[in-house]
Design a protein around this ligand. Structure first.
Ligand code: PMP
Length: 286
């Protein structure tokens, strides 16, 4: 049984409670972060904490916790649950007023709800999929227009993953106005020669914390980085393709809509990027 954190308390998961009037539950009025744990340490905590603050500020949400204290909560949960490899899920909602109403409640009387729990995933870094690669389908991007805010409104990404599953594939890349935005829960990339291509930042995609680190490492390794849109057709003709996210790190994509990418097996550029990412992030973990 896990120990979880709810509004200042560490309690057993089966004792944890949130009100039925919570706006996260009723309205999807909440944001989240997922931070990976390797060797019992947090990967890129600062990046996630900064994006969390930005998500709250874009939604006029008050922070229920100081960032230093948030780091301690993450560490305490890792310790209490003995996590060596896995993730910490954090969610903050606008809290639970005493009735349902579209209008935001007064932050003086309704405090945000904060919940954190751990997910133990032994073998996260040594995942079999990093050797075989994943197969993706394309699907229309039907999410709302503020995808740069990491909200808990994950119904469309769930539908996209179900469509991939129904097709016997691993994930979906979403397409808007003819261009790939991102994966259902990750950023999408293609590789051509020594160049890494990934969509530019904007409101259309989540500003991945892993994305920022991987692009930095790619530039340091003398690779070219182009931040621009690309189509499914261009991706299918690329040498390699991959995704990034906090929980998958760098993961090769070997097929898009039934077309093999390159040789149809994970390529050397993606393998190298994954290796550099894991090595550097383990060094910097806290
Ligand atoms: N895009 C979307 C839509 C996501 O859900 C995620 C993962 N939460 C990402 C990109 C990757 O972001 P990060 O590297 O910060 O996990």
């Amino acid at each position: 049984m896990r120990t979880v954190y709810v509004n200042g308390e560490y309690i057993a998961e089966d004792q944890a409670k949130v009100s039925i009037f919570d706006r996260g539950f009723l309205m999807g009025d909440g944001i989240y972060e997922v931070t990976s744990v390797l060797d019992g340490k947090l990967i890129d905590f600062e990046g996630h904490a900064i994006r969390l603050q930005r998500s709250m500020s874009e939604l006029d949400m008050q922070s229920p916790i100081e960032m230093d204290d948030l780091l301690e909560v993450h560490r305490e949960l890792v310790r209490l649950n003995g996590v060596d490899e896995g993730m910490i899920y954090l969610q903050i909602t606008r809290g639970a007023p005493d009735d349902r109403d579209f209008v935001y409640p007064d932050p003086e009387t309704t405090k945000p709800t904060i919940v954190l729990f751990t997910q133990n995933k032994p073998g996260l870094a040594d995942s079999p999929m990093s050797k075989t690669g994943m197969k993706v389908i394309s699907i229309a991007d039907q999410r709302w227009a503020r995808r740069d805010i990491k909200t808990v409104q994950l119904l469309y990404p769930s539908m996209a993953k179900m469509a991939a599953k129904a097709a016997g594939k691993d994930d979906a890349w979403m397409v808007e106005d003819g261009a790939v935005t991102e994966g259902s829960s990750n950023n999408a990339y293609i590789v051509k020669g020594n160049t890494i291509i990934t969509r530019h930042l904007g409101n259309e995609i989540l500003h991945g914390i892993t994305r920022a680190a991987v692009l930095r490492f790619a530039r340091e390794a003398q690779m070219n980085v182009e931040e621009r849109s690309f189509t499914i057709e261009e991706a299918q003709k690329a040498d390699e393709a991959f995704i990034t996210s906090a929980s998958t790190f760098v993961m090769p994509v070997v097929e898009i809509d039934d077309a093999p990418i390159g040789a149809g097996t994970p390529g050397p550029v993606v393998a190298r990027l994954r290796e550099i990412y894991l090595e550097e992030m383990r060094k910097a973990a806290i």
